[in-house]
Write a protein that binds this ligand. Sequence first.
Ligand code: NAD
Length: 558
Amino acid sequence: MKQAESTKVDWVKKGLSQGFSSGSSLLNDPALNKGTAFSESERDALGLRGLLPPRIHTMEEQVARVMENLARKPNDLEKYIFLISLQDRNKTLFYRVLLNNIEQLMPLVYTPTVGQACLEYGHIFRRPRGIFISARDKGRVADVLRNWPFKDIQIIVVTDGERILGLGDLGANGMGIPVGKLALYTACAGIHPTSSLPVTIDVGTDNEELLKDAFYIGLKQNRVRGEAYDELIEEFVTAVQEVFPHALIQFEDFANSNAFRLLDKYRNRACAFNDDIQGTASVTLAGLMSALRITGADLKDQRFLFVGAGEAGLGAGDLLTSALTTQGLSTEEARKRAWFFDSKGLIVKGRKDLRGHKLLYAHDFDCMTDLAAIVATLKPTGIIGVSGKPGLFDRQILETMAANNERPIIFSLSNPTSKTECTAEEAYKGTQGRAIFASGSPFGPVTTGGRTFSPAQGNNVYIFPGVGLGAIASGARHITDEMFLTAARTLAQNVSQADLDEGRIYPPLPKIREVSLSIATAVAELAREGGLATKEIEGDTGRYIETLMYDPTYHYDC
Ligand code: NAD
């Protein structure tokens, strides 16, 4: 992956020497531009003299300038726009800035700000990003993919925009999500920026507000569904395999009704996974494993109530089941540790409206619809919010959890912040500071009862970059559930006692590259052991993978 950059620099030199390009076109190429950091000799060799102010800045000075400019922006959306334009101008600098300030900038590049950016995508639109495949492209999807300027694509994040975070159907505006996720792949796992491709499949939107919005960027029509939709997705997957045969496909923010179906259909036909189902499951399970290191209890003695029975909740239930079966429980016994509550109430056998996956967790119990009463009756050891409905964990529920558990586990994983089931402050205050808390979007430290807590962010950014990197490094034919189980265990092992003492059940974000590398190593080894690897890694797997990780620094070739 590192090779790609120097090959491209050679290409630029060759192109310039043959008169195909000019210094100014180099400044306009975000993959090669170094701005004021071009050296004297580069300025001479590449026809840049005079096109830049004479003073040469180091990358550190450029980073400091970006951070100073960022601080001047009046709100998070403006900061997002500023960072995206930097990415459009100078990718190396963008990733250096992001990597050096990951804790501060991730909430801008990803949730919660990316949610706001998607809501207003048409209004803040500057330059196109990624590839848009619309329902009108049926029959020519491979040609559309061939328009992408980079050919060695290793990873594609694709959405159809129907369930963007907890914000619902945002149609083509959903492009902010693949763009953001791939930025995190590069920052957190060192996937080279030219090896990744964000894709939005625009089949229309059923969001009336967007359909009426003059600046909406997508097709102004209701969603194509049924056979025509399935045919377009099928054409897309087939076209990816033809045009980018080494690419892993990550399905992202598809609606529940399509997410499970598409995962089942493609998981064994392509190298593909669904991050909302499998990535979230893995980060949730890792958080539970860490939480149990604090309580000293066993996973099989827990009773978890998932509030929300969609992609995130059911995916987590399934992975929890897998983890419990490795501890000797039967699948049926394992499923009894997971209870689900959805928009219609507790999921129990007596419900007539249950379909598909939910049936697996329909226990023999009374039909109940009041969440507070359910928490009081079931006495769960942990409640996990994945409903996208804000405020569901109210004071009464938090107090009941605290009354029934010395250290209640409270995960409020819905994104963005506006959708969280409870804030960090509510969780700690409602449980006299005894909650083991994690949230999907970040919260700052909370002081209560004379103690300060640093809430952990239970976000799948801890999982997908490492899984993707491991799959790419090993050339995995498929991504398995076992890989996500391994990723969860590896992530939990990366949590130190010092983290736990501060109430953090995930490692600090600045350690994310180390975490991703250890997950990638475990995943690549699993791929090899399972006969799924197509690339042979000689020597130490971790050391080899580390050499693949893109480091955003400038290369000086002349
Ligand atoms: P989904 O649409 O598949 O499922 C939502 C579920 O919530 C459904 O079962 C629905 O019935 C239930 N629900 C809706 N209203 C409810 C209510 N009032 N009471 C109880 N249940 C209710 O969505 P999903 O993909 O499962 O995502 C759900 C949320 O989880 C979103 O906000 C998403 O942003 C978040 N999420 C977070 C992460 C993370 O890394 N933290 C990852 C994935 C998803």
